[in-house]
Design a protein around this ligand. Structure first.
Ligand SMILES: *Cc1c(COP(=O)(O)O)cnc(C)c1O
Length: 395
């Protein structure tokens, strides 16, 4: 079966009592057993079956199975947010006295988790330029737990060479961990590029119109100890498993992901092309544009689409605020890949709590607007952006 068919036809192995076409939502905390021996088998991991919804639930398993079939992963765990997927993954990999080699260019909460939360447990962040392989090579040592990166950084839009980073990681016997939220895992194989563990905020493309918060760990089975730990320890001890209702909504989202992504990524490319020619826009960030410095690498790694996030730079923060205040169709909201188009000024919001110096280090500029392009008609989206650009320029 091709991917889009698998998204709809990966069935739950046990038939529903009523033959329901969509996976029922099992709103149950616990599941009953016929006898003590069966119960012991499941609790000791000799038989895989749901016992308690903190660690396994049939509706969530169905969602995980579909993701697994689509991505070709060996094990998938669904969690209650993208941050839960990231924090559980890193908790599973690090030890006190160890370090993580990663970049200053990344999602604000991940940056804070790696530079504030983990150091309290004795883990050292090594923030490097991941596009400079010599820097990465020099930073990795015998105490490095993993190399961690985002495939297209948000909001700087930087792309690193995954195969080259994987080569360094594997030579040192450590995993390459990639946050692939920016391009759906249905569009490219991160595993073929050398990624060992993939983390995704399923809040974004997958949830289907921003219905719910969720996250995924896709494990390609190259580090068997990690695979054992996610389901055997982290779900039990950290308690961040996805809830059944969210799994239900995100399964519906997965069924339409392909169709939605096709429209959103083509709308985004068209919007980026038009904005890059607009006189009030100083710079347009989108790896799908031919003159983007990461265009070739993005094409080679992720295929012909470049996602639905576009950034623009205006002449000042004041112009950005006027632009945002003048939008009539595009929503003033955070989040990415909602069916509706969204705009935000990352410097004063998502990165607001960071000092000006930190933001400078992270290349988060006060002149940048982040747009998430939705499913609306592309001419309507562009018309709204244009009138807001005119308003920002005092026209
Ligand atoms: C949104 C986002 C996250 C966090 O996901 P949540 O579901 O909001 O916890 C992590 N990484 C990237 C790249 C994101 O865009």
């Amino acid at each position: 079966m091709k991917k889009q068919t698998k998204a709809l036809h990966t069935d739950y192995p046990r038939k529903d009592a009523y033959g329901a076409l969509s996976m029922p939502v099992y709103h149950a905390a616990a599941f009953e057993f016929d006898n003590a021996a069966e119960m012991s088998d499941v609790f000791c991991g000799r038989v895989i079956a749901p016992d308690y919804s903190r660690v396994m639930n049939p509706t969530v398993t169905n969602f995980e199975d579909r993701v697994k079939a689509l991505a070709g992963a060996s094990s998938v765990v669904a969690l209650n947010s993208g941050m839960a997927a990231i924090s559980n993954t890193l908790f599973g990999l690090v030890r006190a006295g160890g370090n993580i080699v990663t970049s200053r260019h990344m999602f604000g909460n991940t940056f804070s988790f790696i530079t504030e939360t983990l150091p309290r447990l004795g883990v050292e962040p090594r923030m490097k330029d991941l596009t400079d392989l010599a820097q990465v090579e020099a930073a990795v040592d015998g105490n490095t737990a993993c190399i961690y990166l985002e495939i297209i950084t948000n909001p700087q839009m930087e792309v690193a060479d995954l195969s080259a980073l994987a080569e360094i990681a594997h030579r040192h016997g450590i995993p390459l961990v990639a946050d692939t939220t920016m391009i759906p895992f249905t569009e490219f194989s991160s595993s073929a590029l050398g990624v060992d563990i993939e983390v995704v905020s399923s809040t974004k493309y997958l949830s289907g119109g921003a219905t719910s918060i969720g996250g995924l760990i896709l494990d390609y089975g190259h580090f068997p100890e990690f695979t054992k730990m996610t389901k055997g320890e982290l779900l039990f001890n950290l308690g961040a498993y996805m809830t059944p209702h969210v799994a239900y909504m995100q399964t519906l989202g997965l069924e339409t992901l392909n169709a939605r992504y096709a429209v959103q990524s083509s709308n985004a490319l068209e919007i980026a092309r038009r904005l890059s020619r607009h006189p009030a826009v100083l710079h347009t960030g989108y790896t799908g544009l031919e003159d983007n410095p990461f265009h070739e690498l993005s094409l080679r790694q992720f295929g012909p689409t470049a996602g639905a996030m576009v950034t623009i730079d205006l002449e000042s923060q004041e112009a950005c605020f006027k632009f945002i205040d003048s939008l009539k169709l595009v929503y003033r909201a955070t989040n990415l890949f909602d069916s509706r188009s969204l705009a935000i000024h990352p410097y004063s919001t998502i990165f607001g709590p960071f000092s000006a110096e930190k933001k400078r280090e992270m290349d988060v500029l006060d002149t940048t607007i982040r747009l998430s392009i939705g499913l609306e008609d592309v001419d309507d989206i562009y018309a709204d952006l244009c009138q807001a650009l005119d308003a920002a320029a005092g026209k």
